[in-house]
Write a protein that binds this ligand. Structure first.
Ligand SMILES: Cc1ncc(COP(=O)(O)O)c(C=O)c1O
Length: 485
């Protein structure tokens, strides 16, 4: 008689052995990261060959894994590598990957139900609240990342400050247009959130910054006053704790004061910097974060949890819940059984079915303890200072912004001659990436294209930065003549 068909393996022992091979291979891959190029591009032919017809019949787990090893693994993004410093990402860990495996095998739905997943997430939210100085019973939820964390915090701000029952009546009921404030350096995900919420990008007031890229409080106050006198309805200020371009931390203490005086919601986009409350070195710069109404944290960044892991905290749990709770008959809670409990996470965000992302965070905090995580953050900040010193010491390099947290922006600038420096630095950056040397990214500050090194990496060592600087100079010297103007 043929076996009853399910998606389980045909032979459990074969699968066990394949699983062991995968784990062995991946542990070695992670251990030997440093010996490989950070990133390598796929050729056009490889990209074309990658696509195939929809498979009618499967090829089995062994062959799929072989394809993963030959066609996927060599061309991954490379962010766990010790010299990956692009955009702003964490470098993950093999333990986090194993925790993800446990999450997938057990496959609990973290949106609803009376099961231990709820306690794990409650615990993580409590720990995060403690880290940022919120009360223990603050509201919060684990989300996919910083974008979603900001979205949730801003949605609560909008609903609480709308002045009417926005959930029932929608925005058309508002007699005045809501306005939200942040610096020109605020991350674009906040604009997306406000567009999706119907507030509209034009009413997202971008306030100029000081030389250190922090928001100008005087301009902010003036803009709020001007908006009020023109009949607008100021609702919320977003302070950034670690801007994406340069790592600048807004003056959170003063922003809290403005919010209190003006009766505005204070949201902190702490995707980069909020978790740096764990670092003795950085904590004083974040003073005021505890006075906010909501804060977005991004744990797949400086806490190195594998993607995806963001977290939003809302100081007043009731306000958080009243923005999202909706209980149709099929989600009514029972007094006992799996559907019991009265605080399901689906009442704190827009997802119903949710992966138990809290498990890998819970395991990481327990495994490392927060002191070690704080030390990793402090070390990256020291490394940023070291990299900046290498730049400053070299006459052919220049810093293009003050160092904020762990982000260094610099460019190659020959001591003599006139060059198209923007094009030259873009080419240097691309070559550094294509040669597999390192993966910094880029930004443009005051019209100057620069190489941007965001050091959220627990594997980087000092000599990695020396290597980067040497490569920048070598490549710059070898190609600069092509950029003479
Ligand atoms: C300051 C800031 N906020 C929000 C985000 C968005 O976070 P995510 O990419 O996790 O959605 C980023 C991403 O780099 C960021 O730097």
């Amino acid at each position: 008689m043929s076996a009853y068909e399910t998606l389980d393996p045909a032979d459990w022992e074969d699968l066990r052995s394949l699983g062991h091979d995968m784990i062995d291979d991946m542990i070695s891959w992670m251990k030997d990261l440093r010996d490989r190029p950070v990133w390598q591009p796929m050729s056009i032919e490889q990209k074309e060959e990658f696509f195939e017809d929809l498979p009618d019949r499967g090829i089995g787990p062994q062959k799929v894994y072989e394809e993963f090893r030959s066609e996927v693994l060599p061309y991954i993004m490379g962010n766990p590598h010790p010299r990956f410093w692009a955009w702003y990402m964490g470098s993950s860990s093999i333990q986090g990957a194993l925790a993800d495996f446990l999450t997938s095998v057990t496959n609990s739905n973290a949106g609803a139900g009376n099961h231990v997943g709820q306690l794990i997430e409650d615990q993580v939210i409590q720990w995060m609240s403690e880290i940022v100085g919120y009360p223990k019973m603050a509201g919060g939820i684990i989300v996919s990342g910083g974008s979603m964390a900001n979205f949730v915090g801003l949605a609560v701000a909008r609903n609480v400050y709308s002045g009417h029952d926005l959930r029932s009546e929608g925005l058309r009921q508002s007699d005045r247009q809501m306005t939200i404030y942040a610096s020109t350096e605020v991350h674009s995900c906040n604009q997306k959130a406000l567009e999706l919420m119907g507030i509209g990008a034009n009413y997202f007031r971008r306030i100029p910054v000081n030389d250190d890229y922090t928001i100008r409080i005087e301009n902010l106050r003036n803009k709020i006053a001007e908006d009020r006198s023109n009949g607008f309805h100021p609702v919320c200020i977003i302070g950034t704790a670690g801007t994406v371009n340069t790592g600048a931390i807004d003056d959170l203490e003063n922003l809290a004061k403005v919010c209190e005086e003006e009766d505005l919601w204070f949201h902190v986009d702490g995707a980069i910097g909020a978790i740096a409350m764990l670092s003795d070195h950085v904590r004083p710069q974040l003073k005021g974060i505890e006075r906010s109404d909501s804060v977005a944290l991004d744990l797949h960044k400086w806490m190195h949890i594998p993607f995806e892991a963001g977290c939003v905290l809302v100081k007043d749990r009731k306000q958080h819940k009243s923005t999202f709770q909706l209980t149709p008959e099929y989600l009514q809670q029972n007094v006992r059984g799996l559907a019991s409990g009265n605080d399901w996470y689906s009442d704190y965000g827009i997802q119903l079915s949710r992966r138990l992302k809290a498990l890998k965070i819970w395991m990481a905090v327990k495994e490392y303890g927060v002191l070690k995580l704080g030390r990793m953050i402090s070390r990256n900040v020291e490394q940023a200072v070291y990299l900046a010193s290498l730049v400053s010491e070299d006459p052919e390099l220049e810093l293009t912004a003050p160092i904020g947290l762990d982000i260094v922006c610099y460019r190659y600038k020959p001591t003599e001659g006139t060059y198209d420096l923007n094009a030259l630095n873009k080419e240097i950056l691309i070559q550094i990436q294509e040669l597999g040397i390192a993966v910094p990214s880029y930004t443009t500050l005051n019209g100057n294209y620069c190489i941007r090194v965001a050091i959220a990496n627990h594997r980087s060592r000092r000599n990695d930065f020396e290597f980067l600087i040497q490569a920048t100079i070598n490549i710059g010297q070898s190609i600069k003549e092509d950029f003479v103007i």
